[in-house]
Design a protein around this ligand. Structure first.
Ligand SMILES: NC(=O)c1ccc[n+]([C@@H]2O[C@H](COP(=O)([O-])OP(=O)(O)OC[C@H]3O[C@@H](n4cnc5c(N)ncnc54)[C@H](OP(=O)(O)O)[C@@H]3O)[C@@H](O)[C@H]2O)c1
Length: 299
């Protein structure tokens, strides 16, 4: 299969590219820094999602597109950062669809990133793909992002909207940023610790995307492990795997002072269940957080 991946240089894109290449697929990366990325992929095309549609040769003749590009949300949400977070996803996806609409030999499938931020903050409610969207900046961005991706359906493409949870990897994303206080024995729950954390091992995320390319699934797919945990439980497991105490809870107000509005991603509660992946027959290699963290952190 020939697969084009936008945001291929990111945490998810890199692992996915490696997996697909190892399985014998041909991977084409799309990147804003194409010349520096040459060598990492079978081929790499320059594309800035904030500028224009991708070049035709990056899409024509592909069997599938995996769209992961987007400005990181792990930064202080200044007005300018919020604009980039939104535009790189919403306008970026619109430009991708524009590009797809003009190519003659169009890919059959688009797997387009979204996030569990779609659901907003929902307490203890169990959230499958049929749950309605929530409130807040990320929920709004995710809805608009998904609406753009869905336009590819009118081009005859199968479209998967991947509502990803916190991807766990030792090499990037949220986990390495959590480690320093925990390793120093200064870790603790965030706020009340009652908020649900929906996570997925990066390896399962890459496996799931590969599975979705091969199976005739469409619509929203929650990319989260089947056993979400509360922040308090996550904290306990992480401290246990690192063999450190976790006695220092971080109060809500301190998180708000440190991170501003972005603290919401640490405090929002999303108890997400991967119902669509389960019905399609996908099996998680890491369904439990303790085994996931143990393999990642070598405990
Ligand atoms: N990792 C997670 O836990 C998680 C959770 C939920 C949802 N997601 C979503 O899944 C997607 C992939 O996640 P990831 O962790 O791999 O992200 P990532 O590591 O931040 O990589 C995203 C890629 O997008 C490109 N990019 C960054 N800023 C951009 C901008 N302003 N305009 C256009 N392109 C830009 C970059 O590629 P180039 O520099 O090469 O162009 C970057 O490598 C993202 O859309 C993310 O929101 C991830």
């Amino acid at each position: 299969m020939k697969v084009a991946i936008t945001g291929a240089t990111g945490l998810v894109g890199r692992r996915l590219s490696e997996r697909l290449a190892a399985e014998g697929h041909t991977v084409y990366g799309l990147s804003r820094s194409a010349p520096r990325q040459a060598g990492a992929f079978s081929n790499v095309f320059a594309w800035d999602a904030e500028e224009a549609p991708p070049p035709e040769q990056a899409l024509a003749g592909m069997d599938a597109v995996v769209h992961l590009a987007g400005e990181t949300i792990s930064q202080r949400w200044t007005p300018d950062a919020k604009r980039r977070i939104r535009d790189s996803r919403v306008a970026g996806t619109r430009r991708l669809i524009e590009g797809l609409s003009t190519v003659s030999r169009r890919p059959a499938v688009l797997v387009s990133a979204s996030a569990i931020g779609y659901y907003g903050s929902r307490g203890d409610e169990t959230l499958t793909e049929s749950a309605p969207p929530g409130q807040g900046f990320l929920a709004q961005v995710c809805q608009e992002w998904e609406n753009q991706a869905m336009l590819a359906e009118s081009l005859g493409m199968r479209v998967v909207r991947l509502r990803t949870g916190m991807a766990l990897s030792a090499k990037g994303g949220a986990l390495p940023r959590m480690l320093p206080p925990f390793k120093a024995g200064l870790g603790g729950r965030l706020g009340s610790g009652d908020q649900w954390v929906s996570w997925i091992h990066l390896e399962d995320l890459a496996r799931l995307i590969g599975f979705l390319l091969d199976h005739t699934v469409s619509g929203p797919v929650n990319a989260t492990a089947p056993n979400p945990v509360t922040n308090a439980a996550f904290t306990k497991v992480l401290a246990g795997v690192l063999r450190r105490p976790a006695l220092f809870p971080v109060p809500r107000f301190a998180l708000r002072v440190m991170f501003g509005e972005m603290a919401g991603i640490l405090l929002d509660s999303q108890r997400v269940i991967p119902a669509a992946a389960g019905s399609a027959g996908f099996e998680f290699q890491y369904p439990e957080v303790e085994a996931a963290l143990t393999t990642l952190l070598g405990g």
